[in-house]
Design a protein around this ligand. Structure first.
Ligand SMILES: Cc1cc2nc3c(=O)[nH]c(=O)nc-3n(C[C@H](O)[C@H](O)[C@H](O)COP(=O)(O)OP(=O)(O)OC[C@H]3O[C@@H](n4cnc5c(N)ncnc54)[C@H](O)[C@@H]3O)c2cc1C
Length: 313
């Protein structure tokens, strides 16, 4: 039996600690509870939004006039070289279970502070790994037909910070099976240690943020000739032979590091992290997002696009 609450402030459910109230809010752990929650949203004729760990969302100051369905917790099963993980399980917990089982290939997961469900949807990745490299299959719940089904990796349409789930908001991730390999426990432990150290050095860990605000810009999407742009801006030469130009580099060289709107500030450590340094509002973040877009467009003629998801705007 699910417990539906009304007028629940969403800020505590996000790493940003920003955002107003959801009209309805419910925590679910499995398909049965999800089905019940969706039936309630239909009965009340309101939209729903699936929330994982809230590590890649910006919630509006006026909240969300619908039902937020918070998928949280669940189990991790080790089956040989496979990990079967429920959508609400945190990536770090799944990575830890893999290490304990002597499996390699998912050490990088320790660096993503989101759930498996949110990470499948966004094809999350870091330190050379991405969900697309490890996902063998995904259990999905169709919010329209109220039926579960399974997708294989090619049906997931994974690309850089993209998957088919972004095109089908009615498809909700219930669980994922990850295909890993047996590894040397000492090597795996050492890799985890290195990743953790590097993350602490490069990112504003432990602060209120939502990770990278913008996607890196792929040369295909840049809408300009690679050679022309590099000739005009020699500082982009190191990225000529890479697939993407890092958004953090563009924001930094457009002079926006340290820029502020209210309590929202662009991190000095990593310019694609916009921090909440106190009581930032969603309005503050939105102003800073617009300023960063303007600065990069003015300097390079390139359009930054958000990686984060907006709720209630
Ligand atoms: C400090 C910090 C560091 C970060 N570092 C990285 C990094 O290195 N690499 C990286 O890729 N990301 C990084 N992120 C971003 C974030 O952790 C990932 O995008 C993560 O995968 C989001 O998962 P979540 O559970 O928090 O999703 P949420 O933020 O809760 O939701 C994000 C989107 O996913 C949808 N969603 C959530 N669960 C499901 C589900 N079960 N089914 C369908 N849709 C769902 C939501 O509706 C929403 O649209 C970082 C964030 C922070 C705060």
């Amino acid at each position: 039996m699910i417990a539906i609450k009304e007028d629940v402030i969403l800020a505590p459910y996000t790493i940003y600690k920003i955002g107003g109230a959801a009209r309805y809010f419910v925590e679910v752990k499995n398909a049965e509870e999800l089905r019940e929650a969706l039936a309630y949203a239909v009965e009340k004729s309101v939209l729903f939004f699936i929330l994982g760990a809230g590590s890649n969302v910006l919630v509006s100051d006026k909240g969300f006039d619908g039902m937020v369905i918070h998928i949280t917790g669940g189990s991790v099963l080790v089956e040989g070289e496979r990990l079967v993980v429920d959508a609400g399980v945190m990536m770090a917990r799944a990575a830890g279970e893999a290490v304990r089982a002597g499996l390699t290939g998912f050490e990088w997961g320790i660096g993503v502070p989101g759930t498996i469900g949110g990470s499948v949807r966004g094809n999350a990745g870091c330190f050379g790994g991405e969900m697309k490299d490890v996902v063998e299959s995904v259990e999905v719940f169709n919010a329209l037909s109220l039926k579960p089904f399974t997708l294989n990796p090619s049906q997931c349409g994974f690309a850089y910070r993209h998957s088919v789930f972004k095109l089908h908001p009615e498809w909700i991730v219930l669980a994922a099976t990850l295909q890993l390999q047996n590894g040397d426990p000492a090597v795996v432990q050492e890799r985890i240690r290195k990743i953790t150290k590097e993350r602490l050095e490069k990112q504003a860990i432990g602060t209120k943020s939502c990770g990278c605000i913008f996607k890196n810009i792929s040369w295909e999407d840049a809408g300009v000739e690679r050679e022309d742009l590099v000739a005009r801006f020699p500082e982009l030469t190191p990225f000529r032979d890479r697939p993407n130009i890092p958004a953090s580099f563009l924001i930094d060289t457009a002079g926006m590091k340290g820029a502020r709107a209210g309590d929202a500030v662009i991190s000095l450590k990593h310019a694609n992290f916009f921090l909440n340094e106190g009581n930032a509002t969603a309005g503050d973040v939105i102003r800073l997002v617009a300023d960063a877009k303007d600065a990069v467009m003015k300097k390079y003629g390139l359009a930054l696009k958000e990686e984060i998801q907006y709720i209630g705007f």
